[in-house]
Structures are given as structure tokens and as C-alpha cells.
Ligand binder design. Structure first.
Ligand SMILES: Nc1ncnc2c1ncn2[C@@H]1O[C@H](COP(=O)(O)OP(=O)(O)OP(=O)(O)O)[C@@H](O)[C@H]1O
Ligand SMILES: [Mg+2]
Length: 221
């Protein structure tokens, strides 16, 4: 489902050059739930952002769902990203001025899905994450765990094959974190979505199908 070959990323500013990833090779099969672990600064978010087409590699290639995506034109990239990938971030990245329903509908808005259909699908995914009773709330009126469940609903409304989650429970207490993990496991096991999750939590990582460890821009297992 995801194949990365000889992937490197160098961040350059006028003064400094940071090699965030160096010659990374990995393959993730359809239906896997993979954890990415490693110390702060080792390149985990960089890798996720490259796989998520949010940033471009310095060298190397990325294949997602059978398509070579590095070098894809921006217009195609946005469309491909919208249809194939769902994102969940540590700090939720919800839009504070929009209510829960509107936040969740957003990816379909960009796809020009008619409003009735958007609403129907948003209600469906919000039920899936147990938030049918909070649809008119704004993010500021929700707990952290609820915000992350809204973000997951937004990530899956477009029915993506792949979910990329960067420390999805990093801002949550252990109970709320466990709820979020339960939802991710159900999206993997029941819906067969491929999940790549960055985490610092060994216990959560052990519950996934495989752990890939990084150190200083290199994969170490
Ligand atoms: N936009 C950027 N410009 C310059 N350097 C960057 C940029 N983004 C990341 N880096 C550097 O690249 C390296 C990898 O960063 P990255 O964010 O991928 O680490 P991480 O493994 O996700 O860490 P954490 O666990 O703290 O989130 C770090 O040394 C970081 O300082
Ligand atoms: Mg990070």
C-alpha cells in the first residue's frame, strides 16, 4: 500500500542544513496498523508528512496505492491526498469557528459533494465515533478526546484507504487516549484501513501489527 525507497529529507535554511531523514526504505502492506517510534527529532513527523504528501522529499521515491506520488503535479496531489489519505494530528487541527458537523464535512466540501450528502455522511461518521450528541458544538466546547474523535470523523468521511496519525493521543489523558485507540483499531480491523501512527507510547505501539523504530533519521529495525 505504501512503498518508500531511498527517501531522504534535508531541511535547508540560509544558516543550517538538517538531515531529517536519510535513505529510508520501507514497505507497508494494505491492512497493516504500523507504529513509528523513536526519540524526539528523529524524523517521525517528517516521514509522515512525506507519506502524506504534505511535503516533498529531497531524494527518493514514494508509491501509494500503486501510484508513484513524488513529482506528482500539485493539482493532482491535492485530489489524490483528499481521496486516499486521512490525517489525524496531535493537536487536532479543527477549525474553531466551525461547528462539529461543518468541521467533519470539510473534506467533502473540497470535493464538491452536494450538501445533503455531506450532511448524511458527516452524521454517519460522527455516530461511528460516538459524537452524535455533539454535532452543533464548537471545538472549544469539547474535551480533548472529543476533539480528537471529531478529527477522526473528518479523516474518515472521505473513505480513505490510509490513515496517518501523528501522536493522536499525545495531548490526551490515558482514558481518552484509550478511546481514541479503540476507534483506530476498529477502523483497521473492521474497515481494513491501513494505519500509520507515530507514537511515544510503547503500550499502544505493542497493540499494533508492527513497530518501525527510527533514530537520527534512520530506520533501526
Ligand atoms: N521545517 C523545518 N525546518 C528545519 N528543520 C526541520 C523542520 N522540520 C523538522 N526539522 C528538523 O528535522 C528533524 C526531524 O524533525 P521531526 O519533526 O520529523 O521529528 P520527530 O521525530 O517528529 O520529533 P517529535 O517526537 O519531537 O515530534 C529535527 O531535527 C527537526 O529540528
Ligand atoms: Mg513529531
Amino acid at each position: 500500500m505504501i512503498t518508500v525507497r531511498d527517501l531522504s529529507k534535508v531541511y535547508r535554511t540560509e544558516e543550517i542544513e538538517t538531515q531529517a531523514l536519510e535513505n529510508v526504505n520501507l514497505h507497508i502492506d494494505e491492512g497493516e496498523f504500523v507504529s513509528i517510534m523513536g526519540p524526539s527529532g528523529c524524523g517521525k513527523s517528517t516521514l509522515l508528512n512525506l507519506i502524506g504528501l504534505l511535503d516533498a522529499p529531497t531524494t527518493g521515491s514514494i508509491e501509494i496505492d500503486g501510484r508513484r506520488v513524488d513529482g506528482m503535479k500539485d493539482s493532482h496531489l491535492a485530489e489524490f491526498r483528499n481521496r486516499t489519505l486521512g490525517f489525524v494530528f496531535q493537536s487536532f487541527h479543527l477549525i474553531p469557528s466551525l461547528n462539529v458537523l461543518d468541521n467533519v464535512e470539510l473534506p467533502l466540501f473540497y470535493r464538491h459533494v452536494p450538501s445533503k450528502e455531506r450532511r448524511r455522511l458527516a452524521e454517519e461518521v460522527l455516530a461511528r465515533v460516538g459524537l452524535s450528541h455533539r454535532m452543533k458544538h464548537h471545538p472549544g466546547q469539547l474535551s480533548g478526546g472529543q476533539c480528537q474523535r471529531v478529527a477522526i470523523a473528518r479523516a474518515i468521511i472521505g473513505n480513505p484507504k490510509i490513515i496517518l496519525a501523528d501522536e493522536p493521543t499525545g495531548n490526551l489523558d490515558s482514558n481518552m487516549g484509550a478511546e481514541v485507540m479503540n476507534i483506530l483499531h476498529s477502523l483497521n480491523q473492521e474497515d481494513h484501513r491501513t494505519i500509520v501512527m507515530v507514537t511515544h507510547n510503547e503500550e499502544q505501539a505493542r497493540q499494533t501489527s508492527r513497530i518501525i523504530r527510527f533514530f537520527d533519521g534512520h530506520q533501526i529495525n
